[in-house]
Design a protein around this ligand. Structure first.
Ligand SMILES: Cc1cc2nc3c(=O)[nH]c(=O)nc-3n(C[C@H](O)[C@H](O)[C@H](O)COP(=O)(O)OP(=O)(O)OC[C@H]3O[C@@H](n4cnc5c(N)ncnc54)[C@H](O)[C@@H]3O)c2cc1C
Length: 458
């Protein structure tokens, strides 16, 4: 009987999985393989929160495969060498995997194809597994990618998405292919205490709850910080425990303004992927430089540390940064305002902020993180690169009662209503009761003046 290897990467699911479906065609035996790639760890991407979530995902994938008569094979090392080794052990003639946008994934795919072909095996790379509409699938004609979201979204919306595939009923793994023990979450240190649970089962539970009771109000409530009314599906999209194609199909079927607004956000994810695929250097270099002379760890070390620790003296910024540390996740509005505070108000290099986010975010993703940071810093695809988000205006608009701040900043838990956003205005006896809550590290007017001076110099 012929054998295929399915190399799982950022697609750790059984539902709607084109590589697995293709591998099973013709009643083949399949080796479901995940390689803990040494290069990913060496590049600093294997941080505790994502390792913990990944451990959940691999256990759950293995459990799902076992229910179908198979199991997951896990190996560690160089991904290309390990895939070739497993293919040889199983005497497989083909390998299936999902397309990916990053430069790293492209290089790995090229090496894998050459190594497999040298041994007489074939590599099949499947589109629309980790994206709904993949990089290069829609282009403006004048360039290899869209630099502006609105026209991109127009074309993106016109694409016919492939049908959703059911999870397989049975998976037969050939004997004699050994696996390492699956990683476990327990035993990992420095994991955020409020980290979400990983795995396809948890993803599908959240998906069902979201469609039942969150989606309809999404358009009205997505910026409500205290309401926490977004899907929180981002880690599942990052690890591929949910299929973006399935998500879009289901949202379109549900219909209504909430579903439309939600689909638009999912398209932002594809948008950033197609930018990064076309301009891999945007992961670390300005996409559109303004020749900023950013402040650095050397010139703004104390400010940066206060931002990381949630001790800037601006309650909404501090609440968000503490949520990030506690949950390994942050609300989109909070990401926007904390990033703007670092890059625009403190005028600190966006790469420093992006690195901190990647160290903690469970959904930390090179395309989405770096390009959203660039968007906020004014070096990316924003058509209004000089916009500055004032943290007080943001706080009054998106946390009008102050409930988000009181949730995450215990020193301010006793301050009622919107007064919590400006503790420096409290009368003296009340201020004295705030304990260790810090003074503001910057005056907003000074920050803005510094930003304007730097912008005019640029
Ligand atoms: C500075 C900054 C850094 C960010 N870093 C990341 C990151 O590392 N990984 C990541 O997945 N998202 C990132 N985002 C985008 C966004 O904040 C998160 O995707 C969103 O908050 C996840 O929450 P949710 O699943 O509840 O989103 P929902 O509002 O429910 O949206 C549904 C899905 O759409 C996608 N999406 C939503 N907003 C965006 C956006 N602005 N850009 C791209 N995709 C989006 C996500 O996949 C999300 O899960 C970042 C945004 C900013 C401003």
């Amino acid at each position: 009987m012929s054998v295929s290897v399915v190399l799982f990467t950022a697609d750790l699911r059984l539902h709607d999985h084109p590589p697995l479906r293709a591998a099973l065609e013709g009643r083949r035996q399949v080796v479901p393989l995940f390689v803990r790639d040494r290069a990913v760890a060496a590049a600093g991407f294997a941080v505790p929160n994502r390792l913990a979530f990944l451990a959940d995902c691999l256990r759950d994938l293995d459990a799902g495969l076992r229910e179908r008569g198979g199991h997951l094979v896990v190996r560690s090392g160089d991904a290309v060498e390990e895939v070739c080794r497993v293919a040889a052990e199983a005497d497989a003639d083909e390998v299936h995997t999902a397309a990916d946008a990053s430069a790293f994934a492209h290089r790995r795919e090229g090496r894998l194809r050459r190594a497999l072909e040298a041994e007489g095996r074939r590599l099949y790379v499947h589109d629309s597994v980790t994206t709904a509409v993949g990089p290069g699938q829609v282009t403006p004609g004048s360039s290899d990618h869209f630099a502006v979201f609105t026209p991109y979204f127009r074309q993106w919306s016109e694409q016919r998405l492939r049908d959703v595939l059911a999870a397989p009923r049975a998976v037969r793994v050939p004997p004699g292919v050994g696996s390492e023990d699956l990683p476990v979450r327990a035993g990992l240190t420095e994991v955020s205490p409020g980290l979400a649970e990983g795995g396809e089962e948890a993803a599908r539970r959240r998906l069902t709850a979201w469609f039942r009771s969150g989606l309809a109000a999404y358009e009205d409530r997505h910026d409500d910080l205290a309401g926490d009314a977004t899907s929180r599906l981002s880690p599942h999209l990052h690890f591929g425990t949910l299929s973006p194609v399935e998500l879009v199909h289901r949202a379109r079927r549900a219909g209504g303004p909430g579903a439309e607004a939600f689909v638009r956000q999912v398209a932002w994810r594809d948008f950033h992927r197609q930018v990064l695929a076309a301009r891999p250097t945007a992961a670390h270099a300005d996409y559109r430089t303004k020749h900023d002379r950013w402040r650095s760890e050397r010139t703004a070390g104390d400010d940066i540390e206060a931002w990381r620790e949630g001790r800037t003296g601006y309650p909404v910024v501090d609440a968000a940064m503490r949520q990030l540390r506690h949950e390994g996740w942050m609300h989109n509005r909070a990401r926007l305002l904390t990033a703007s505070f670092l890059a625009k108000t403190l005028y600190v290099d966006w790469r420093i902020g992006a690195r901190h986010f990647l160290e903690l975010l469970v959904d930390g993703d090179l395309a989405n993180n770096q390009l959203n940071w660039q968007w906020v810093a004014g070096t990316g695809t924003d058509t209004r690169p000089n916009r500055v988000l004032n943290p007080l205006t943001q706080a009054r608009r998106h946390d009008p009662e102050g409930a988000y701040v009181r949730r995450w900043v215990p020193e301010l838990a006793g301050v009622p209503g919107a007064a919590v956003h400006e503790p420096w205005k409290l009368p003296e006896p009340d201020r004295a009761r705030l304990g260790a809550y810090p003074e503001r590290i910057v005056d907003l007017a000074d920050g803005l003046a510094r930003f304007k001076r730097a912008r005019d110099r640029g």
